[in-house]
Design a protein around this ligand. Structure first.
Ligand code: HEC
Ligand code: HEC
Length: 316
């Protein structure tokens, strides 16, 4: 063989071989495990289950957890996540009822809080698909934990295990390279004073419900610790599958006159967020869900906050 063909062929062969070894390695290694490093003040947390916390926790979990974890009887026993993009493989949300074997009856409060904030389970297993809540106020995270420990119907001990997760090779490569657990915020996080409408709305939108995650440009170009740094912050256009696999693009929630929600009145905005009723009377499609448990005041606060963020001209 001529030299000028042979050398490129050797180089190419080497690259292919290295790539194959790398992919095989990631495939066998799977989603990496992490050291469980629960800060002492979280580790020793004992969440007192009060009626007030349970009510608040249920309100938050209804919009943040049930969609993925509830079965058709509204028990949080987990299920196949039907709207996960196929490229990531198959995922199942798990049984988070109080059952000691099939559910999370044996988890400590500290382990739960650590997992909700970082995505690292008590055995070091990392969950890339389950959302994380790193900036949710400590009291709100405790309310979710109180709700999980309560006597409310969805969380009562229930048998039932889900199949093992089936991450695709792509998800394995991503979790070995770019998708990582979220660093824990060590300082206390408080719910802002609700009389400061903009600050309160910012908290509800960014840190409690994370509206920005769907309503910014791209899931992979956002920083959960600094939501404002997300590409196309609230400018919409993030495409996501509905339950049939059709791609639905999120709306531009900035107050851009032409392409955003500047024409929405406060009441129309409340109807859109709580009832999924659009300004023109049509119904908003899944995965936008009716955020029924938010109060009108909370949604008004989100509206006031969105008015203050930079407008983005982005027609969806
Ligand atoms: C997008 C879907 C989704 C949402 C929303 C979601 N989860 Fe999950 N959850 C998952 C998946 C998927 C797993 C399994 C992760 C794994 O094992 O890799 C999981 C696992 C868990 C586990 C670990 C259970 C175990 O036995 O290992 C807990 C606890 C949990 N979720 C609680 C919650 C709570 C509380 C909320 C709401 C604040 C919530 N999840 C919202 C998808 C979701
Ligand atoms: C799981 C992803 C997701 C989350 C979280 C989410 N949305 Fe949406 N939202 C969507 C999608 C998708 C649409 C577009 C639906 C359609 O076109 O039918 C939408 C549409 C809207 C609209 C309609 C605007 C228009 O086009 O007229 C408003 C208002 C809205 N969302 C507000 C919110 C607020 C406020 C939050 C947080 C409390 C939120 N959304 C959280 C996915 C999401």
């Amino acid at each position: 063989m001529k030299k000028f063909i042979k050398i490129p062929l050797i180089v190419l062969g080497t690259i292919v071989l290295i790539a194959a070894i790398g992919l095989t390695y990631f495939n066998v290694r799977g989603i990496p495990k992490y050291e469980v490093n629960i800060p002492a003040e979280i580790q020793t947390t004992k969440v007192e289950v009060t009626a007030q916390r349970v009510a608040r926790g249920e309100k938050i979990a209804t919009v943040l957890c049930n969609g993925c974890h509830a079965n058709s009887n509204n028990r949080l026993v987990g299920k196949h996540i039907g709207d996960l993009p196929k490229e990531f493989g198959k995922a199942y949300s798990l049984n988070i009822t109080q059952d000691k074997e099939d559910g999370i009856g044996n988890w400590t409060d500290g382990e739960l809080i650590y997992f909700l904030k970082t995505g690292i389970k008590r055995d070091g297993h990392f969950s890339p698909i389950m959302p994380k809540f790193p900036r949710m106020a400590d009291e709100d995270v405790k309310s979710i934990v109180a709700y999980l420990h309560s006597d409310r119907y969805p969380v009562l001990a229930t048998k039932g295990k889900q199949p093992a997760q089936e991450p695709s090779l792509l998800l394995k490569v991503l979790t070995n390279t770019v998708i990582k657990p979220i660093e824990i915020v060590k300082e206390p996080i408080y719910i802002p004073d609700s009389t400061n409408l903009v600050a309160f709305g910012k908290y509800v939108a960014n840190d409690m419900i994370a509206c920005y995650a769907c309503h910014s440009k791209d899931f992979s170009k956002q920083d959960p610790l600094f939501p404002e740094k997300s590409l196309g912050f609230y400018g919409g256009g993030n495409g996501m599958p509905d339950l049939k696999g059709n791609i639905i693009y999120t709306s531009n929630l900035t107050f851009d006159e032409e392409t955003g929600i500047a024409k929405y009145t406060e009441q129309q905005f409340i109807d859109a967020v709580k009832l999924c009723k659009k300004r023109d009377g049509t119904i908003l499609r899944y995965p936008m869900i009716p955020h029924v448990t938010l109060t009108d005041y909370e949604v008004k606060a989100i509206y006031a906050y969105l008015k203050t963020i930079p407008k983005i001209n982005n027609k969806i």
